[in-house]
Every structure is written in structure tokens, then in C-alpha cells.
Design a protein around this ligand. Structure first.
Ligand code: GTP
Ligand code: ZN
Length: 311
């Protein structure tokens, strides 16, 4: 029997089988995963094969190859990673230009991660009902920028039924990761799309002092009207990209990567090298300065061999 892992409690897994049943399963004692060193060999989003023993207990025997995955370092000191989710079809980045402010560095760090993991990403500018003229103008500038790079962008308000209906259509039949700063409205959106999800919604003032490295087990929430799933990531403040080379970072900035083949040096990092086509493109406004600032920001982390949460 085949199953999709939709919840991990640490000691057992909840699966949705290909027959549509919900079952609990355990991991076989001798189960080993080749490849990534991870604190959790099985993650939500994994497709697994299940065997039942004589007593009817279900065991996960095999895991199918993953299309992609998203990870973070298990803790600051550890070299091990923690897989947050696998086999994602898309990611929704929820952004607000105010209440709270989402910076372009935050947006770009997330986009680099999803580019690296080849996860299509859509941007949703939420809380538009609260925007004044200035907020709306700024949102439009950002939307213009990110659309020109190739990302779909939408203005929404979690309070508007038609916006939720629109989101729901984009979620149908897909596994979607929700991500965004604390307080941008992820739980509000999830609760309205999935009325029995009961994701905690907090007032803005209570959003401080949330534990950054508490190991939360993410879960997949099934949409009532379709075969889609949402992965909410409460408490997770960043993902990481492991083993990335300096020269590789610009590959995950499509707008910068477009120009880098024309740099004099094939391994140009677009900082101080002569005849750099990327810096020339910035000068001529083909690449936005804010994107270059984010690029340098990530480069500096790699330079210092520093693993920082991706944003
Ligand atoms: N006016 C307005 N308020 C919203 C909107 N979306 C969310 N809110 C409010 O913003 C606050 C924070 O929303 P949450 O849904 O808890 O935010 P979150 O992104 O889930 O935050 P974390 O769980 O900390 O990651 C709540 O008070 C919501 O009612 C919106 O579109 N318009
Ligand atoms: Zn260059």
C-alpha cells in the first residue's frame, strides 16, 4: 500500500493512503535513509510504502524518491539538517508592506531558497484593506519588480471572500508551502480556507519573543473541496541552503543570472571584478538595486562561511 505522510508527531506518522484512508504508521527499526544527514528520515510530503505486521500495525518500509525538499539546520550548533517538507508543488510567500513590514531582503532570501530547490513561488501581498496610498504605491512597485523577474504577484485581503476563492483555485490538487513573516496573516488565510484547521491566530502585539529554534513539527492541512494540501510553518523563521558555492548564488537570481554569462570572468561574483556585465546592467537599470543588495547580503554570509537562517 502507498501513502502520503501528512503529519509527523515524532514517534509516529499519519498517512493518507492511496485508498483515501487516514492511518497511523511507524518506522521500521532498521530503516535508514541514504544521502542527507537529517534528524527526521521521513518528512511530511513523502510518499511511502506501507506494510502491516501480524498485529495490524502499519510500518513504513520504503520511501519514494523526492521531487524536492526544503530543510533547515536542526539547531545552530548542529551539522544535521531537519527536513521541513518534501515534494512541494509550489510555495506561497505572504507579504505585507506594512503591519508588519516585509523587507526585500526577506523576500529575496526566500526566493533564492525556492529557486535552489526548484519550487515555483507566488507572491501574495496581504492586508490590502489596511493599505494607505503610500503602502499601495509601494506594493505596486514591488509587484512590478517581481513580475518582471517572472514571479506571479497578487494583491489580496484575508478578509475578502473573493480573494480567498481565488487562492483556493490556485491551491487545488497541489501541495503548497505557506511562508511569510509572523503576523502577515498566514493562519488567518489557512483558517478561512480550512475551517477546521484551527491554526492559532494571534494579535500583532503577541508576535514578539517567539522561540526561534523550537522544533515544531509541520503538518499538511487538506483542503476540504479538493485534493490539495497546505503546509503552514508556524514558528519556523527560516530555511537554509546547504553546500552552496559563491559562484552559484547568482544562479538563483534569475534577473542577475541573465546577465552573468556576459561577464569577463566565468566565475565572476559581480563585486569588484572588471568588465562585470551584472554591475553594468544595474547601472543601466536592467537589474534592481534592491535585488543586488540582497545578492551581496547572501554572498557575505557564504563568504564568512556563516550559516544564517536564510532570512
Ligand atoms: N485587516 C486585516 N487584518 C488581517 C488580514 N490578514 C490577517 N489579519 C490580522 O493580522 C493578525 C495576524 O494574523 P495571523 O494570521 O495570526 O498571522 P500569521 O502569519 O499566521 O502569524 P504567525 O502564526 O505568527 O506566523 C491577526 O490579528 C489577523 O486578524 C487582512 O487581510 N486584513
Ligand atoms: Zn559579473
Amino acid at each position: 500500500m502507498k501513502g502520503l505522510v501528512i503529519k509527523n508527531t515524532g514517534s509516529w506518522y499519519q498517512l493518507k493512503t492511496d485508498r483515501g484512508e487516514l492511518i497511523k504508521a511507524k518506522l521500521k527499526g532498521n530503516f535508514r535513509l541514504k544521502g542527507i544527514q537529517s534528524t527526521n528520515p521521513i518528512s511530511i510530503g513523502d510518499y511511502v510504502l506501507i506494510e502491516k505486521d501480524l498485529y495490524g500495525t502499519a510500518f513504513i518500509s520504503t520511501i519514494e524518491d523526492r521531487k524536492n525538499y526544503i530543510i533547515r539546520r536542526a539547531s545552530n550548533l548542529s551539522k544535521q539538517s531537519h527536513i521541513i517538507a518534501t515534494n512541494l508543488d509550489q510555495a506561497f510567500l505572504i507579504v505585507t508592506v506594512n503591519y508588519p513590514i516585509t523587507t526585500t531582503i526577506f523576500i529575496d532570501r526566500f526566493l533564492v531558497t525556492t529557486e535552489a530547490y526548484r519550487i515555483p513561488t507566488l507572491l501574495f501581498f496581504n492586508k490590502t484593506d489596511l493599505y494607505n496610498n503610500h503602502d499601495m504605491n509601494y506594493a505596486d512597485i514591488l509587484i512590478h519588480l517581481y513580475k518582471s523577474i517572472g514571479y506571479s504577484c497578487y494583491k489580496i485581503a484575508a478578509t475578502k471572500d473573493e480573494d480567498l476563492l481565488f487562492m483556493e483555485k490556485l491551491l487545488r490538487g497541489k501541495i503548497t508551502l505557506f511562508y511569510g513573516h509572523s503576523g502577515v496573516g498566514k493562519s488567518t488565510i489557512v483558517n478561512r480556507l480550512i475551517p477546521n484547521a484551527k491554526q492559532k491566530v494571534q494579535s500583532i502585539s503577541k508576535h514578539h519573543n517567539k522561540g526561534m529554534h523550537t522544533t515544531t513539527f509541520s503538518k499538511m492541512l487538506e483542503l476540504p473541496s479538493s485534493s490539495g494540501y497546505i503546509i503552514d510553518t508556524p514558528g519556523i523563521k527560516g530555511f537554509g541552503i546547504f553546500d552552496i558555492e559563491k559562484e552559484e548564488i547568482s544562479h538563483y537570481f534569475p534577473d542577475i543570472f541573465r546577465f552573468s554569462p556576459y561577464c569577463k570572468f566565468y566565475n565572476c561574483t559581480h563585486q569588484k571584478e572588471p568588465a562585470c556585465a551584472v554591475r553594468e546592467a544595474i547601472k543601466n537599470h536592467y537589474i534592481s538595486k534592491s535585488r543586488y543588495i540582497s545578492y551581496i547580503n547572501i554572498l557575505e554570509d557564504v563568504d564568512m562561511n556563516k550559516y544564517r537562517e536564510a532570512f
